[in-house]
Write a protein that binds this ligand. Sequence first.
Ligand code: ADP
Ligand code: TRP
Length: 318
Amino acid sequence: MRILTGIQPSGKLHWGNYFGAMKSMFDLQAKGEDMFMFIANFHAMTTVRDGALLREATRDVALDYLACGLDPEKTIVYRQSDVPEVQELAWYLSCLTPMGLLERCHSYKDKMAHGFEATHGLFAYPVLMAADILIMNADLVPVGKDQKQHLEVTRDLAQKFNNAYGEIFKLPDAYIPESVATIPGTDGQKMSKSYHNTIELFDPSAKKKIMAIVTDSKTMEEPKEPEGNSIYEMYKLFATPEEVAEMAAAFRAGNYGYGHAKKALLAAYKRLFDPFRERREELAKDPDALEDILRAGAEKARATAAPIMAKVRQAVGL
Ligand code: ADP
Ligand code: TRP
């Protein structure tokens, strides 16, 4: 089973990204699946207009993934731009893509609603994403719910291509584990960089942000219902079942305040992330080694794409 996913380097990764996306990749990697993970820097250009920032964010995403558990011996990791054939395939797919299909995409409409300029890049975003997936012959694509429609577009384009030129592409499926909860942010709504309510993976102000998580105004003495409380929901991500049960009991018993719970959350976060932080610092010291990892990944990715692209070029008449 070939599994492929991409992540946009368009901001610092946060707890929602870790528990909502990264962790399931590491679990699949541990199962020995055939894994591809790439940094979608071409896609990020639809919203990032600063070259230095894009370069830095690309490197940061790579460091975050490697520090938190991505093993380049087990997962092929690469920068999207290091596989230029992706752009080539995107053009072939573009020539088969009905305008109406892209006009219906929520993510495009959503970006427009948020005041982004209506560029061709944003409009064509799903076509490039289809090329990312189809060029590697992926079976399964782990993504968040917001990306489900893009996978439908990918299947649609694969089908159109196959109808026109013969059976070349597999139809990939989205992999959206239902068990993955929506991680709340510091204000209680979904954690998202667009809501400015995130705690980043290696946030130097994590303690301050945890202490500032919004709660109701119940006094310390009052018993409280833990379910639905953001601190408790976040604690569930980091703590063992026994620790979670203990916190729930403490809340229900009373004389346990939100300040106590925030301290427990901070300690549990540090327990998981401090070793990752150390590894990240080590990796960051050697930019050449990081570059080597990404270059080696790109070589493997291009070797995977090569036979597929040879068939595609032959089929389209080049
Ligand atoms: P953001 O909402 O901060 O822009 P992205 O949309 O770039 O985050 O998220 C990339 C992936 O991380 C998503 O497809 C989703 O799988 C996961 N993710 C992000 N935020 C959360 C969250 N709050 N809860 C669960 N998963 C999340
Ligand atoms: N659009 C995805 C997101 O924002 C990132 C992405 C680009 C992707 N190409 C992909 C994800 C291919 C999976 C497969 O989350």
